[in-house]
Ligand binder design. Structure first.
Ligand SMILES: Nc1nc2c(ncn2[C@@H]2O[C@H](COP(=O)(O)OP(=O)(O)OP(=O)(O)O)[C@@H](O)[C@H]2O)c(=O)[nH]1
Ligand SMILES: [Mg+2]
Length: 363
């Protein structure tokens, strides 16, 4: 099961109490203070693991408490340190802390192995040995340990992919990802086959690779919760390019131009932004006219072509089923990604800006 949002509670351990104790030795009548300090409480850490792809584990356990520090003892023995807790989450997990009514982002784990302290253990109290002075050689004072930090956290997994596949259910997104990568999602001729996102790595010649995410299909009204809604679009927030898959065969029973417009509108209504403030609707789009092997009416493709060309968006006609047209599509995706990495304007026109020099009025 794919789980991409959970609430948990973490509590670091309290520090142990400092000891109050005096030396007792056979031939030393009045021993000095020898109460040791309390041990510090255990802390809670989180690490990004490359081997996980869901927050499922946190469905079952939501409370995490690190060990408390041991109390100090006589003979200046320090209490033992409380055991730490190491949580593991998938790469791409963003952590927020509930502070009153506000959710404050405290970490964004984007690299495997990244480790963050979530709750710090309380320090142990000082034992009475620490309070001895020249005027007070027998202090009867020791401290309690300090409490460990506690936090209410929200974990949100946002997959890290370079390219996001969007489109109507049944458009062929999963077929595309299975054709271009080793990902093997379920493919079927009914809508909403894909219920959770899939990632695939695409390898091109010369060690060029990029990661593609296939997310569940969108329908009109997704922003208002229709179908599976917008829920999965947050996984596309961090992509650099969107490949919009449109079924151009008449088997869809719909109109390709209308499909394109509906999904474009839904993307524009998605409020999420990536770290740089970019919205989904700001990302470069490449339109993929899919199922040309079943193109019974070529008009359907030419109308879509003309429609997107007017908006300055490139279109590639492909068949995910036979592989036709896939190589030029992947090269175009690569060039767009490479251009974005270099921070230059994309070679592939970005919503018309590169072609006409002005942004279309509706954006
Ligand atoms: N003829 C033809 N059929 C295709 C092509 N690509 C996909 N299909 C078929 O279209 C149907 C839907 O394909 P999927 O890849 O499951 O579509 P999807 O976009 O992932 O659908 P959801 O997961 O429901 O959103 C399946 O029956 C595929 O076999 C293609 O290029 N040509
Ligand atoms: Mg699918």
């Amino acid at each position: 099961m794919f789980v991409d949002e959970v609430h948990i509670h973490v509590a670091a351990g309290h520090g142990g109490r400092g000891a109050m104790s005096f030396r007792r030795e056979k031939f030393v009548p009045r021993g000095g203070p020898d109460g040791g300090d309390g041990g510090s409480g255990g802390s809670v850490y989180v690490t990004a693991s490359p081997n996980l792809n869901t927050l499922l584990n946190f469905r079952y356990q939501k409370e995490f408490a690190a060990g408390r520090g041991g109390h100090g003892e006589g003979s200046k023995r320090t209490g033992r340190k409380g055991a730490d807790i190491e949580l593991e989450v998938p790469v791409g997990t963003v952590l927020y802390e509930q502070q009153g009514d506000d959710l404050v982002q405290i970490a964004d784990l984007t690299a495997a192995g990244e480790r963050v302290l979530l709750a710090k253990g309380g320090i142990g109290g000082r034992g009475n040995a620490q309070f001895a002075t020249s005027t007070n050689r027998a202090p009867r004072r020791a401290e309690p340990g300090l409490p460990g930090e506690e936090k209410d956290l929200r974990l949100h997994l946002k997959l890290l992919a370079d390219v996001g596949l969007v489109g109507f259910p049944n458009a062929g997104k999963s077929t595309v990802i299975s054709r271009i990568s080793a990902a093997r999602p379920k493919i079927a001729d009914y809508p909403f086959t894909t219920l959770s996102p899939n990632l695939g790595v695409v390898s091109l010649s010369g060690d060029r690779t990029f990661v593609v995410a296939d997310v569940p299909g969108l329908i009109e009204g997704a922003h208002a919760g229709q179908g599976l809604g917008h829920r999965f679009l947050s996984h596309l927030e961090r992509t650099k390019v969107l490949a919009h898959i449109v079924d151009v065969s008449s088997a869809s029973g719909r109109d390709a131009v209308e499909d394109f417009d509906i999904i474009t509108r839904e993307l524009a209504l998605f409020p999420g932004r990536d770290a740089s403030g970019e919205r989904l609707a700001d990302k470069p789009v490449i339109v993929v006219g899919n199922k040309i092997d079943a193109l019974d009416d070529p008009e359907r493709l030419t109308r879509l072509e003309a429609h997107v060309r007017e908006r300055g968006i490139p279109l590639f006609a492909v068949s995910a089923a036979t592989g036709e047209g896939m190589a030029p599509l992947l090269e175009a995706i690569w060039r767009t990604l490479a251009a974005r990495r270099e921070g230059t304007t994309t070679e592939e026109p970005r919503h018309g800006t590169a072609v006409h020099g002005t942004a279309p009025a509706d954006r």
